[in-house]
Design a protein around this ligand. Structure first.
Ligand SMILES: *[C@@H]1O[C@H](CO)[C@@H](O)[C@H](O)[C@H]1NC(C)=O
Ligand SMILES: *[C@@H]1O[C@H](CO)[C@@H](O)[C@H](O)[C@H]1NC(C)=O
Ligand SMILES: *[C@@H]1O[C@H](CO)[C@@H](O)[C@H](O)[C@H]1NC(C)=O
Ligand SMILES: *[C@@H]1O[C@H](CO)[C@@H](O)[C@H](O)[C@H]1NC(C)=O
Ligand SMILES: *[C@@H]1O[C@H](CO)[C@@H](O)[C@H](O)[C@H]1NC(C)=O
Ligand SMILES: *[C@@H]1O[C@H](CO)[C@@H](O)[C@H](O)[C@H]1NC(C)=O
Ligand SMILES: *[C@@H]1O[C@H](CO)[C@@H](O)[C@H](O)[C@H]1NC(C)=O
Length: 371
């Protein structure tokens, strides 16, 4: 304890002598000069603390209650290369917040609630930024529009990795990434994307990894397949989507078979719907005939079902008819005999009357002939 006190005294004296150059540590943070690292983790901070030492290369200000960051937040941190602001409830990032962090390579804003992102929010003057993590960071669809604007205006032509996973994204505006010409890794996993449209993935010639797992893709349209084909070098992941193996999915399945070298998880992709196709490999669907041609498979199945049903009903009616006949065989026999007797009576009656009628004429004729 005494040596600690002495140490502190020494530092105070040293600091007094050297003035502001003295490397201190902001309250509620832990600083390690040897590791060039400062951590202010889960300390209920309401803003970025002042006095972060200039030697800092790795700065973690995570799990606090910071709601807004701006150009005044980070000063004199010329050697900062990695900045994590994850899990802070940040809702607003102003333009030029990171402008003077000229060594910044990695920025982690994951797990925040970004509602307002100003157009030049991510600009770094030296264009040193390589990794931007916005996983689970966007508040609602308005933030997506802000993000599109700032991806365009923040001079991110040298960015290599962008993580947009876990954001409930439903739709990606066309050309959203077209200013990220060096992008190599794009994470879009665990969103709600239902389609890949024209121009969604324009100008991503350098892309090497595209993660589309855990989305809401039921199939990929001709348009979507073309977009994926426009990424010549990208390895794509498509697992955990609710692929629906009905009519119209065959082109996708055949494309999948052709593109197995690029679709890393092609072999493990399964139909999720309809229930009868569950766990069928999507690759196999290309060679199966789903029996749909022009008509919809569901309607086809319904039609077949109704034919079968009709057949059963007719068969049942026929069976009952035969049964009724059998049970009533005595009565029917009797009635047939009755009917025969009745017919006979009628016939005999007719015959008799005919004979009676013809008799006089016959006698007349014979008498006249005699005459
Ligand atoms: C930044 O790093 C360089 C080289 O390691 C060093 O000379 C300089 O003093 C550092 N800047 C600060 C503010 O500590
Ligand atoms: C982004 O942040 C999330 C959550 O903090 C983490 O799980 C993920 O690995 C990060 N992404 C990248 C590319 O490092
Ligand atoms: C997003 O949230 C902001 C702030 O609560 C709100 O003003 C805006 O209308 C919301 N936008 C959408 C599309 O819900
Ligand atoms: C997907 O993202 C939501 C938030 O958007 C999160 O609650 C959920 O845990 C994530 N699921 C996975 C499997 O990462
Ligand atoms: C997508 O592009 C194709 C031609 O490449 C075009 O026929 C189609 O209408 C486009 N779709 C949309 C939604 O713009
Ligand atoms: C599908 O596969 C999963 C795991 O492989 C299994 O739990 C499930 O019972 C299977 N479903 C059907 C309908 O075969
Ligand atoms: C995939 O394509 C090859 C020919 O390139 C073919 O021999 C094979 O049967 C196809 N596989 C399926 C599952 O359709």
């Amino acid at each position: 304890f005494v040596s600690n006190m002495l140490d502190l005294m020494q530092r105070v004296v040293f600091c007094a002598l050297l003035g502001s150059v003295c490397a201190s540590c902001p309250p509620r943070c832990e600083c390690s000069e040897a590791a060039h690292t400062v951590k202010c983790v889960s300390k209920d901070l309401r803003g970025i603390p002042a006095g972060i030492p200039g030697y800092t290369r790795n700065l973690f200000i995570t799990g606090n209650q910071i709601s807004r960051i701006g150009p005044e937040s980070f000063r004199g941190l010329e050697n900062l290369t990695s900045l994590s602001l994850s899990n802070n409830r940040i809702s607003e990032v102003e333009s030029h917040t990171f402008l003077r962090l000229r060594s910044l390579r990695s920025l982690d804003l994951s797990n925040n609630q970004l509602a307002v992102i100003h157009p030049e929010a991510f600009t770094v003057l030296s264009q040193s930024l390589r990794e931007l993590n916005l996983s689970r960071a966007l508040y609602n669809y308005s933030s997506v529009k802000d993000l599109v604007t700032s991806l365009r205006w923040s001079s991110l032509g040298t960015l290599r990795g962008l993580d947009l996973s876990d954001n409930n994204l439903i739709f990606l505006p066309p050309r959203m990434f077209s200013h990220l010409n060096s992008l190599q890794r794009l994470q879009l996993s665990n969103n709600s994307l239902v389609a890949i449209q024209n121009s969604t993935l324009s100008d991503l010639e350098q892309l090497e990894e595209l993660d589309l797992t855990l989305n809401a893709l039921k199939t990929l349209s001709e348009e979507g397949l073309q977009e994926l084909d426009s990424l010549p070098r990208a390895a794509v992941l498509l697992g955990d989507n609710p692929f629906t193996c009905m009519c119209g999915i065959e082109p996708f399945a055949l494309w999948l078979n052709r593109s197995q070298d690029r679709i890393r998880d092609a072999e493990s992709l399964m139909c999720a719907f309809p229930a009868s196709m569950k766990n069928t490999s999507l690759l196999a669907v290309g060679s199966l005939t789903l029996g749909c041609y022009e008509r919809d498979a569901g309607a086809d199945l319904a039609l077949q079902t109704s034919y079968v049903f009709l057949g059963i009903v007719l068969g049942f009616i026929g069976l009952i008819f035969v049964l009724v006949l059998y049970l009533n065989r005595k009565g029917i026999k009797k009635r047939i005999y009755d009917m025969r007797d009745a017919c006979r009576e009628v016939w005999e009656g007719y015959h008799y009357r005919f004979e009676m009628d013809s008799d006089p004429r016959l006698s007349q004729v014979s008498t006249s002939a005699d005459v």
